[in-house]
Design a protein around this ligand. Sequence first.
Ligand SMILES: [Zn+2]
Length: 701
Amino acid sequence: MPETTNPLFDEALLPRFDLIKPEHVEPAIEKLLATLSTQLLELERASKPTWAELIEPLERIDEELSAQWRVVSHLTGVANSEALRIAYAEVEPKLIRFSVRISQSRPIFDTLCSLRDGDEWNRLDRSQQRIVTLLIRDAKLTGVGLNGRARERFNEIQTELAKLSTRFSNNVLDATKAFSKTLREADEVAGLPDSALQLAAQSARDAGETNATSVDGPWRITLDQPSFESFIQHSRRRDLREELYRAYITRASKGDLDNATLIKRILQLRREAANLLGYATHAELSIATKMAASVNAVEKLLEELRVASFDAAHRDLDDLSEFAKAHPEFLAKATACPEALAHWDLPFWAERLREQRYDFSEEELRQYFPLPRVLDGMFGLAKQLFGVEIQEADDETPVWHPDVRFFRVIGEDKKPLAAFYLDPYSRPGEKRGGAWMDECIGRSRLFSNPDGGPRLPVAYLVCNQSPPVNGKPSLMRFREVETLFHEFGHGLQHMLTQIDYGFSSGIHNIEHDAVELPSQFMENWCYHRKTLLGLSGHYETSEPLPDTLYDKICAARNYRAGSLMLRQLHFGFTDLALHHTFEPDGDRDAFDIQRGIAARTSLLPPLLEDRFLCSFTHIFSGGYSAGYFSYKWAEVLSADAFVAFEEAGLDDEQAIARIGRRFRDTILSLGGSQPAMEVFTAFRGREPDTAALLRHSGLKK
Ligand SMILES: [Zn+2]
């Protein structure tokens, strides 16, 4: 294909979503890799230890590599098709190989070290120095400093680990798929809400029961999250809940799909790789790139939260037991421990008690949150806090779907700062589930914009909320409103950056345990009375959200907060112990460790057959090994940041604006250009404190 007709080569600032087709991907990426390989060789031969002759060319290569690729991977998320999937799978391994090749380049590593040790170092600003330091660190973590046999061994380990992690997650997928239970009697699905029945009938039809309907069945229940979760929460059949629960916690623990041996091997190899790089354990290696200062600091935080949530969680359990005892008919079909609540009872009774305590329906609530109203309210808040104006752009901008909208962000000086796409609605089959913020274009001085300033950032905000139906606007569930605020928070950090170096502008170089700070911070505003009333309005009458509903939303926010916290801590402690104190070659196995921890973090002891670790993909095949704690770590930061506003007075508009500007000028503007602890301290005037999170969760006065 001639380059002139391949829109991936278009130099226009925004991607030509109206023209890009799957067949453009392969030729564009092949050509790009060929060019970049030559440039890399050239750089390796002639690089000098200066910013202009090393870091800038590296940023150009990095940017060119990611620019096209970001467009392609974005499209696989929002406009997927068989042809695109094939094209993606074809080029992805080549791109990965090339980026590993850059980070393992010895000549570049040596020049980076010379830059750090040479004359120019003191002339670089702190943010430039951090970029160099992190490039050196990351190269070391990919094994660039190893020689001979050690390097060979390190690479062997990485290859084996990659295979094991894929096998681990495939086993979980296969084991999940291998189980299903088809129910034919109405009594067996008693309690399930309509949405769950529809899902179960659909699943039965997909499995060949062509006549299945949500009213008459048959209904097929599986271990997929939506199916399992709604069954365990709503089914009145205790015996069936038990059967499902036991199947769920033993996934991937038997026969060909048994992950137990993989767990042992993964932990051994991770320990060995960490040792080769000079770390005592994998946890120490993981913490080296985090905001948390040490494994000890993480343990201390988790323990502090555990102590604070333990009693509350036990009170939650007592509440449930009492509530369940008043409804003995639901305990009737017990097969074990008929009097006490079992694992498979907790989610069920938790839902019943929730219904009783906070009797608002999601359907009722949605009427108050039409998307246009929510956007107005959210943009109004951004203006109040950060002084930015958000305007919808004309409809000339090419988009990948007619529902996608394009907005511009204007600064207080009336100059453009950034832009973003918003793709709000779910489109099953072509769009991935969940919600996310992604970078379309990053801020950088190397690629100036038409008026001479640095190139300005552009973000993708992608949600999966209910589309408009029957002429009504999209009515958002409350959770969807929170999600939109969450992604907008990530987007603001990408868009309001004031850093002009591509390697650390926006969200680049932010520690993994600090990236959720601005996103979770923004969610807090959904519970701020004035903000919430400002973004609500009945879609027919424009009436704002009634006070009674507002009060219930706030009360429901902390329902079972202690129990939920303790469960997350259980995962965090287990992950850390397996990657730190656990001896993979010793006598005890990983399950012993998990059981030992459960004594301090679980309300009910795990069943003897519990093999939850065999499906813990976050740490064995996701990016969260010795990093699961990051969820809690970032929550501490975001709650503490929000308390700065509470302390100043949430009803004092001037105070909110003042603190908001400070948040913008530190957390949002500086991003990863400085260590997260310094950026946080610059905003808060001190290091983070757990008190805010505990108070927000109702676990401390
Ligand atoms: Zn997030």
